[in-house]
Design a protein around this ligand. Structure first.
Ligand code: GLU
Length: 565
């Protein structure tokens, strides 16, 4: 590979680089990847330089993230991958969401008196661990869209795990921020030094156990993960967890299936967007927010403007009310996706938005094709996720969001990787007010997600934006905002990832702390909002097609980069 012949590409380590907004951005002519860690982005680019597809690049990058960003994602968790195939001009989605084991019960997160247990009480240990979906989903996507041999995708992660890597800023900060994690033996053993302090940024961490695991999966394929020694170790870790042991069995692992699902698509102005459908609530909620805002002119939705923040929070309230009521695993409950995205339903919901005052708590609507009477869930999702976006030389596009749910998932390890705590994304209450909750736990069921990997096409039908973010339920607002900022606000990918965030998850309005949005606190309060300021942990990674190629943005709140040639 003659790198000199390629356009020299600048590493956009945006938090360190701090290029002023609007400065000429480097354009990649051939391919690009934006991911939450430089080693992951490099692995992805390496695959594309070797002729690999966007799917190959995404897989290689996620395998590296398992090692370098284990607090956020990994092969012990779940992923949703959107793929745009330039040959068919279609978007498909791959569902690698974790499933509840056969031993799961509707009351698994209730205490002896029938009340929901504390969220943080059940995060650590095996009870919260769902059957990991990443490797099965990679196999499915790779069979259809891979260009490089399966084993080659594992090479960067294996090398890095074997030789070691310098601990990144976010991993070190996470270890400092959660000292109580040292109470979990796997975390203590893996991240803590003999002097009792956690690894600091720049210190070298090796993981030969993970290297060996990846070698086996590289050589023998996904069955080496779902059957045999690795599967046995996962079951042992879950069943013998130091707290909250769970009931996952070898049969649960052997019966795991990834699913190819139709993408959930819709229009916003002259753009077409495709995102992840159920079991994610993300695609539906993002499209609902945009659909309800479409009647307002772009001038009223400008970034950092009072009307922009107010209108966005109102549409978000309405979307979150529907989400709590209707979203769940589509293989188990009948989710009225078409009804929730019906244009006249959204137009009618949008009339509930008063441009001059906060509507207060929104209630769910009655979409056409509503099938069942559910009760709205009360749930909490926590940040432990990562997103990457890729476009390859042939125009294949991937937007993929990956999670272990909370930081380091269930805080237990098997074979050198962390296991997820995704089952706490279920509603802890299986029923409320005598009605079932759509997102109640059940054997084999996938917990509802907020992950919203999204691919956007312009008026000419060509790909323009791939976006997505971590953030628990806030993902929906981070992603919807990034789209409005780019489509209506004319922002570039790099500007959109850095824009100050606002949220309303049908609760108080949250403005990102110490940003330009602070000045809107008083006028929003005067409009009836309850406003608070908070640090908001997004991790938007966006690739955007521009004249002459692609630009990318890596969220300055994380360690990521956008790399291309
Ligand atoms: N587990 C959450 C979900 O699937 C995501 C958590 C996060 O973004 O950190 O929606």
């Amino acid at each position: 590979m003659n790198i000199a012949r390629r356009v020299l590409y600048v590493v956009t380590l945006s938090w360190a680089l701090g290029l002023p907004a609007g400065a000429a951005e480097p354009i990649a002519k051939h391919h690009m990847i934006a991911a939450a860690n430089p080693y992951a982005a490099q692995a992805g680019r390496q695959m594309m330089r070797a002729g690999g597809s966007a799917v190959d690049a995404a897989i290689a990058a996620q395998l590296v993230l398992t090692l370098v960003e284990p607090e956020s994602s990994g092969i012990g968790g779940g992923d949703f991958m959107m793929v745009f195939d330039p040959r068919t001009k279609k978007v498909v989605s791959y569902d690698g969401r974790e499933t509840a084991p056969a031993s799961a019960t509707p009351d698994m997160f209730l205490d002896a008196t029938g009340k929901p247990r504390g969220h943080f009480d059940v995060v650590p240990g095996g009870l919260s661990t769902g059957v990991p979906g990443v490797i099965a989903m990679f196999d499915m996507a790779h069979r259809k869209y891979g260009r490089l041999p399966w084993a080659k995708l594992f090479v960067p992660a294996i090398k890095l795990a074997q030789n070691g890597f310098p601990v990144g800023r976010k991993l070190a900060a996470t270890l400092r921020a959660f000292p109580q994690l040292a109470g979990m033996p796997d975390i203590k053993r893996y991240f803590y030094k003999t002097d009792g302090t956690p690894l600091a940024q720049g210190e070298i961490l090796k993981n030969p156990e993970l290297a060996a695991t990846l070698r086996v999966i590289a050589k023998r394929g996904p069955k080496a993960f779902y059957r045999g020694t690795i599967a046995q170790h996962i079951v042992d870790a879950v069943q013998h967890a130091p707290v909250n042991p769970g009931g996952m069995t070898l049969a649960d692992l052997a019966s795991y299936h990834a699913v190819e699902r139709p993408a959930v698509c819709g229009e916003y102005r002259t753009y077409r967007l495709c995102s992840m459908g159920p079991p994610s609530s993300g695609g539906v909620a993002v499209l609902q927010i945009l659909g309800m805002l479409e009647r307002f002119p772009a001038t009223q939705l400008q970034p950092n403007s009072l009307s922009g923040v107010h209108l966005f929070t109102q549409a978000s309230r309405l979307a979150f009310a529907d989400r709590a009521m209707y979203l769940g695993d589509p293989d188990v409950v009948n989710v009225p996706v078409a009804g929730l995205l019906d244009k006249s339903y959204l137009a009618q919901r949008s009339t509930l938005i008063d441009p001059t005052k906060d509507m207060g708590m929104a209630v769910a609507g009655t979409p056409p094709q509503k099938h069942a009477n559910f009760a709205p869930q009360k749930s909490q999702q926590l940040p432990g996720t990562s997103h990457l976006s890729v476009v390859d030389d042939r125009g294949q596009v991937v937007a993929m969001t990956m999670t272990v749910e909370f930081v380091f998932g269930s805080e237990i390890m098997a074979n050198g990787f962390f296991l997820n705590n995704e089952l706490t994304d279920f509603s802890f209450d299986p029923a409320r007010d005598g009605k079932p909750v759509a997102n109640a736990p059940a054997p084999g069921k996938r917990p509802m997600s907020a992950m919203s990997p999204t691919i956007v096409f312009g008026p000419d039908g060509k790909f323009v934006i791939a976006t997505g973010s971590p953030g628990g339920p806030a993902i929906i607002d981070f992603v919807a905002q990034s789209l409005i900022d780019m489509i209506d606000g004319g922002m570039t990918a790099r500007e959109a990832v850095a824009a100050p965030h606002m949220l309303n998850l049908n609760s108080p309005t949250i403005l990102e702390k110490d940003t330009a949005l602070g000045s809107l606190s008083a006028p929003l309060t005067a409009m009836g909002h309850t406003v608070s300021a908070r640090e908001l942990e997004s991790g938007l990674h966006i690739v955007q097609r521009v004249h002459g190629g692609y630009v990318g943005g890596a969220d300055p709140r994380r360690d990521g980069v956008a790399l291309g040639d």
